[in-house]
Design a protein around this ligand. Structure first.
Ligand SMILES: Nc1ncnc2c1ncn2[C@@H]1O[C@H](COP(=O)(O)OP(=O)(O)OP(=O)(O)O)[C@@H](O)[C@H]1O
Length: 335
C-alpha cells in the first residue's frame, strides 16, 4: 500500500515536471540602427518545464539579455519584437498590452535584472522595499500579515529576521542579492528570470547565492531561467543548459549531457575551453568572425568558426532539431 502511494506521488511529480510553463516559439527581436536592423534574437525557440532551472549561456552580445527582456515584454526602443510567440501558462504574452501585461509581470513572471542589488533604494529599510513590491500589485495589506509574510520571505532566502529593519548599506552583496530574490518571489510567480544573478560577487558568495536559488526552486517549485557566463555555477544550478550564439539557439540539453557529450561544435568548444588546474589546455575557442548581425549570410551562423564546416553549412541554416527528449541541436552533423 505504502509503495503504491509513493509510486503515485512520484508519478504525479513526474507528470507535473512534464508541464511546459514557458514556450518560446520563433522569437525575433531586432534593434533598429542607421545601418539596418541588428537581429539580436533570430528565430529562437525553447521551453521551460515546471520546476525546472534553464541556464542561458553564450558569449557577450549573443542575445541572452534581449531574450529575457522580450519574454517580459520589456524590450526598449530601438529594439522591437518582430515575431514569435511567448506562451506562459497558455497565454501568448506577445499579444498582451497595458494592464493585462502589468498583471502578468511579478505575479506570474518576475525578473531579477542585471545589477539588481545595486538598485535597492539606499534610504528605505528592506521591509519597506519588499512591502512596496507586494502592495503595488496586491493593494494595501493588514500590517501584521504583511510583516509575517516579509519575515517568511527573508527566511526562505536564508536571511536572518534582523534584515527586516536594516538598510541596504548595512548588508553584504550576497545579502542584498538575496533581498532581490525575496522581492522576485514575493508574489509567487510561476517563472523567475535572473540575469547574471551572481556577477560582481566573490566566488564563495556566488556559490551561496546559487544555493539560495536552488533552495527557493526546491521549496516553492518555481521555474527559473538563469542567464550567466560561469559554467561552474551553471553546473551547480541548472537542469538544462540553453546555448546561444549570434542571436540563435544552437543547443539545449540536460546539463550533464552538455558537459559530457556536447553535440554542437560551438558547445563543444565552449566546454573544451573551461580551464582546469589539472590539465592546462590551450584555449580552443578563438575570437573570430561571426555573422554581421545586421546582414546575415545564408547558412549556419557558426560557419566562420566551425571546424566541421561544409558547403552545405554555408548554404543552408540548420534548424533546431530534437535528437533526444529535451535535447535539441541546430547542426547539420546530426541530421
Ligand atoms: N540599443 C541597441 N541598439 C543596437 N543594438 C543593440 C542594442 N542593445 C543590444 N544590441 C545588440 O543586440 C545584441 C544582443 O545583445 P544582448 O545584450 O542581448 O546580449 P547578451 O548576450 O545579453 O550580452 P551580455 O552577456 O554582454 O549581457 C548585441 O549584438 C548588441 O550589440
Amino acid at each position: 500500500m505504502m509503495v503504491s502511494v509513493m509510486h503515485t506521488v512520484q508519478e504525479q511529480e513526474k507528470q507535473s515536471s512534464n508541464r511546459v510553463v514557458l514556450d518560446v516559439r520563433n522569437l525575433r527581436v531586432y534593434y533598429a540602427t542607421p545601418l539596418g536592423d541588428v537581429r539580436a534574437v533570430d528565430d529562437v525557440s525553447f521551453q521551460v518545464y515546471d520546476g525546472e532551472i534553464v541556464g542561458l549561456v553564450g558569449e557577450s552580445g549573443c542575445g541572452k539579455t534581449t531574450t529575457a527582456m522580450a519574454i517580459l515584454r520589456l524590450v526598449q526602443p530601438p529594439g522591437r519584437i518582430v515575431g514569435g510567440q511567448i506562451i506562459l501558462d497558455g497565454i501568448d504574452l506577445a499579444t498582451l498590452h497595458g494592464q493585462a501585461l502589468r498583471d502578468i509581470r511579478w505575479r506570474k513572471l518576475a525578473l531579477i535584472p542585471q545589477g539588481a542589488m545595486n538598485s535597492l533604494n539606499p534610504v528605505m529599510k528592506i521591509h519597506r522595499q519588499i512591502a512596496d513590491a507586494i502592495e503595488t500589485h496586491e493593494g494595501r495589506q493588514p500590517r501584521g500579515e504583511l510583516k509575517e509574510r516579509i519575515l517568511n520571505l527573508l527566511s526562505t532566502v536564508g536571511l536572518p529576521s534582523r534584515v527586516y529593519d536594516m538598510y541596504p548599506h548595512e548588508l553584504s552583496g550576497g545579502m542584498k542579492q538575496r533581498v532581490c530574490i525575496a522581492m522576485a518571489i514575493a508574489l509567487h510567480p510561476d517563472l523567475v528570470i535572473a540575469d547574471e544573478p551572481t556577477s560582481a560577487l566573490d566566488v564563495v558568495v556566488q556559490r551561496k547565492v546559487g544555493e539560495t536559488l536552488l533552495d527557493v526552486k526546491e521549496r516553492l517549485g518555481v521555474s527559473m531561467i538563469i542567464i550567466g557566463h560561469d559554467m561552474g555555477l551553471m553546473a551547480q544550478l541548472v537542469d538544462r543548459l540553453a546555448v546561444m550564439y549570434a542571436g540563435r539557439m544552437v543547443e539545449i540539453a540536460p546539463v550533464e549531457t552538455v558537459f559530457e557529450e556536447p553535440l554542437h561544435p560551438y558547445t563543444q568548444l565552449l566546454i573544451e575551453s573551461i580551464p582546469s588546474i589539472k590539465e592546462r589546455k590551450p584555449l580552443k575557442l578563438t575570437e573570430g568572425l561571426t555573422h554581421d548581425l545586421r546582414n546575415p549570410l545564408p547558412g549556419c551562423i557558426f560557419q566562420f568558426r566551425c571546424p566541421h564546416v561544409t558547403d552545405h553549412c554555408r548554404a543552408v541554416n540548420p534548424p533546431l532539431r530534437e535528437v533526444r527528449p529535451r535535447h535539441q541541436v541546430a547542426c547539420h552533423l546530426y541530421e
